[in-house]
Write a protein that binds this ligand. Structure first.
Ligand code: DON
Length: 435
């Protein structure tokens, strides 16, 4: 059943296979030594299940996607009020590397532009720059769920061509934002930007934010819920720089891009996304990455403002009504993540179950993608010699029509059980066998 979702992701990536617009970030020379054809996508559910498509294992540098994580570390390190005295939370309306501070407060406008990100580094309590970087690397690794490393080539390349960020760091010192040595702070910032990740790592980091700060694979808390909330808020308003308005309306997930070609997006409570494609638009966002995210949001129904009441607690109960026949009672509002969870549960049970009956009469609301997934369940089950039925008394959840094509729908659980018994008996060649 997971292959149903896998197919959706592969198709979305294939839709954008020909996109070749955009430019590499040549102000960091080492970033031009990449294969521009690479394109990776990973999606991690908040229970830690990962889907990967395309070049999801290709490594690239995290660049600005580091910014929300260092900001979160600063929030947990010294508290929100102390951070707020040094970094604002307003969109800047300027390029990410603008040499500017807020007119009134004389502090960086937000932590997603370079000025705010450099300030955030300086706020992490540490005994030395080495200690500060070690904390950052440990923290990103805990969020990604594996040990991350620095790309020394990219680090050296940015370090050697870093006049603009030096100007920003010294400006911040002159305004009293940086208490530590600007060159030392900047060195940590450049190292954090050069940390290597894959799309799958980004999906894990995003999923950690989606789960309120707990890494889904390790089950360990990496960030406090309050820091996650604040960080996601700033990602929402400032994460995609001057394309933020377009991003929020067309994709609708807190996100962060990096000039390495990565994009990380979070659907709180549900999933995290990592995308990679190196060619960038004028704002420094991956051209193909943005298009893939638009399609994902539209086709899987991921816009955060369309998230309804109960997106996680989908399976209310399961009942074994006869040998190898199980009824799954679904409830609440069924969106992509809920349908994915239901289908994966059915798949995980398949060693013990021949016929899965999904009782959907208590589902309040369902979107098109979830409807298509439930309808597609039967075909996936059939391919492995199993069967799946739906119970939808007034066909409110699965109306007759193309989106429900392939689904076998009964009006009552009893009717579905009867059909399940008949199916099982034919399969086992034991029509007289009493189940
Ligand atoms: O400081 C810089 O300019 C880079 N290390 C990071 C910039 C970046 O990724 C902007 N985002 N799209």
């Amino acid at each position: 059943m997971a292959e149903l979702v896998q197919r959706y992701l592969d198709e979305i990536l294939a839709e954008h296979a020909d996109v070749a617009d955009g430019m590499l970030a040549d102000y960091i020379p080492e970033l031009t030594r990449v294969d521009t054809a690479k394109c990776g996508l990973a999606l991690e559910l908040t229970d830690g299940y990962v889907y990967e498509s395309g070049d999801a294992a290709t490594e690239f540098t995290i660049q600005s996607i580091s910014k929300p994580f260092t900001y979160a570390l600063a929030l947990d390190g010294i508290g929100r009020d102390a951070v707020d005295t040094k970094i604002g939370v307003e969109p800047s309306g300027e390029p990410f590397n603008e040499i500017s501070v807020d007119d009134q407060t004389k502090t960086p406008k937000n932590p997603m532009i370079n000025a705010g990100a450099i300030a955030a580094v300086s706020l992490i309590p540490a005994s030395s720059p080495q200690d500060r970087f070690a904390q950052i690397l440990d923290f990103y690794s805990a969020c990604a769920g594996r040990r991350l490393e620095v790309d020394e080539g990219v680090y050296a390349s940015e370090k050697a061509s870093n006049s603009r960020n030096r100007a920003i760091a010294y400006m911040l010192q002159s305004f009293g934002v940086l208490d530590d040595d600007p060159d030392e702070v900047l060195d940590v910032y450049v190292r954090q930007c050069a940390i290597r990740v894959t799309s799958a790592d980004l999906a894990g980091m995003a999923s950690t934010l989606a789960r309120g700060g707990v890494n889904p694979t390790s089950g360990r808390r990496a960030i406090s819920p309050a820091a996650v909330q604040r960080t996601l808020s700033v990602m929402m308003t400032c994460g995609m720089y001057d394309s933020t308005g377009d991003w929020v309306t067309s994709v609708g997930m807190p996100a962060k891009s990096g000039v390495g070609g990565g994009i990380l997006a979070v659907l709180p409570g549900q999933l995290g996304i990592g995308v990679y494609s190196p060619l960038l638009d004028a704002n420094g966002n991956s051209v193909r990455g943005v298009r893939v995210c638009r399609s994902l949001s539209a086709e899987l129904g991921l816009h955060f403002l369309s998230v309804t009441r109960e997106s996680r607690s989908t399976i209310r109960a399961t009942r074994d009504v006869a040998p190898r026949i199980r009824v799954y009672e679904l409830h609440g509002d069924l969106l992509f993540a809920g349908a994915e969870q239901a289908l994966r549960t059915v798949e995980n049970d398949s060693a013990a179950v021949d016929v899965a009956i999904l009782e959907v009469s208590r589902v309040d609301d369902i979107n098109d993608i979830a409807r298509g997934m439930l309808a597609g369940m039967r075909q996936s089950l059939n391919e492995s010699g199993k069967e799946g039925f739906l119970v939808d008394p007034d066909r409110r959840v699965m109306p007759t029509g193309s989106r429900s094509a392939g689904a076998v729908v009964y009006a009552t659980v009893e009717e579905a059980i009867e059909a399940a018994r008949a199916y099982r008996d034919v399969q086992t060649g034991s029509a007289n066998w009493v189940g």
